[in-house]
Write a protein that binds this ligand. Structure first.
Ligand SMILES: Cc1cc2nc3c(=O)[nH]c(=O)nc-3n(C[C@H](O)[C@H](O)[C@H](O)COP(=O)(O)OP(=O)(O)OC[C@H]3O[C@@H](n4cnc5c(N)ncnc54)[C@H](O)[C@@H]3O)c2cc1C
Ligand code: FES
Length: 272
């Protein structure tokens, strides 16, 4: 019988340091054709544990997947000791991911991401940018603590060429220089830089820390965006990732199965 908890071994192809605490892992993966934007994989380290990590980019033809990983605890600490050529144990993809074809296709897509919240939306932004997927228009607000925390700088430069992209940092440091055109302030302070003239056409994706998602969603509501046009992605603590253990459950909702992406109508109840 198939053991649903059994991970498979995959080779790490490349590791890049992105910031002091975030590294980008590129890993061989033969099931990338099954991935939807915003889904996650369970990464396991034998005798240590497992951690759910979002797929930040994938390529089915070339057979690889990328993870942007923060070093925060027992599993991720071990990951940061690995090198290219080592083996990672993976199971998944899991979760629903973003409903691109059902909801965002041919719409005006606004994506607001804070810090490592850029990870789960990166593959979707690239898919639109590289014309694998089509929307009427895409606008982005990407927010970081300071200029040292800005990730995916090369891709941001390329996204800026074709899309309205508002890059923000909470605070400019003295002597700060960044050639990407940075605005100071929280992402919520820059919502009026977006074209919100045709709300009927709009779909808004917000990914980041819970407080950021909450206040950004409230800000879009103030601008007249109905809650069913707002989408959030949650990083709830998980264990099995397949709806068996109840670890991720909030009231009656299994975040691992029904999420991690939720429409704000449901997501606002999970935020409180
Ligand atoms: C759907 C989903 C997608 C995720 N995507 C990513 C990703 O792309 N990159 C990434 O780096 N991390 C991601 N995470 C978070 C990651 O799974 C946790 O940080 C993970 O627990 C790290 O494992 P660890 O063993 O290293 O840390 P642990 O030793 O388990 O924990 C270290 C510390 O972090 C706290 N913690 C653990 N998990 C969470 C959590 N989910 N929320 C808040 N605090 C937590 C613990 O309480 C502890 O204080 C995601 C989580 C989910 C549910
Ligand atoms: S993580 Fe086990 S039920 Fe969701």
């Amino acid at each position: 019988m198939n053991n649903i908890y059994m991970p498979s071994p995959y080779k790490i192809l490349d590791i890049q340091q992105v910031t002091n605490i975030e590294w980008l892992f590129k890993v061989e993966f033969d099931r990338a054709d099954e991935i939807n934007y915003g889904q996650f994989i369970q990464i396991s380290i034998p005798k240590v544990g497992e951690a759910p990590i979002s797929v930040t980019e994938f390529n089915a033809e070339e057979g690889w997947i990328e993870f942007l990983i923060r070093k925060v605890g027992k599993v991720t600490d071990v990951l940061f000791d690995l090198k290219a050529g080592d083996t990672l144990f993976l199971r998944g993809p899991y979760g629903n991911g973003f409903p691109f074809d059902e909801k965002y296709k041919d719409k005006h897509l606004v994506i607001v991401a804070g810090g490592s919240g850029c990870g789960p939306v990166r593959s979707m932004i690239n898919a639109v940018h590289k014309k694998f997927k089509s929307v009427k228009k895409m606008e982005l607000i990407l927010g970081f603590k300071d200029t040292n925390c800005i990730i995916f700088k090369d891709e941001i430069t390329s996204w800026q060429e074709e899309n309205n992209l508002v890059l923000t940092v909470d605070k400019m440091c003295e002597g700060d220089s960044c050639d990407l055109g940075v605005n100071e302030g929280l992402v919520t302070q820059h919502v009026d830089k977006l074209d919100l003239s045709n709300i009927d056409d709009l779909e808004v994706v917000i990914v980041g820390p819970p407080m950021m998602m909450k206040f950004a969603a409230i800000e879009f509501e103030k601008h007249g965006v109905p809650e069913d046009k707002i989408w959030l992605s949650f990083e709830r603590k998980m264990s099995c990732a397949v709806g068996k253990c109840g670890h991720c459950k909030i009231d009656e909702t299994y975040v691992c199965l029904e999420g991690p992406v939720f429409n704000y109508t449901k997501g606002k109840k999970l935020l409180d």
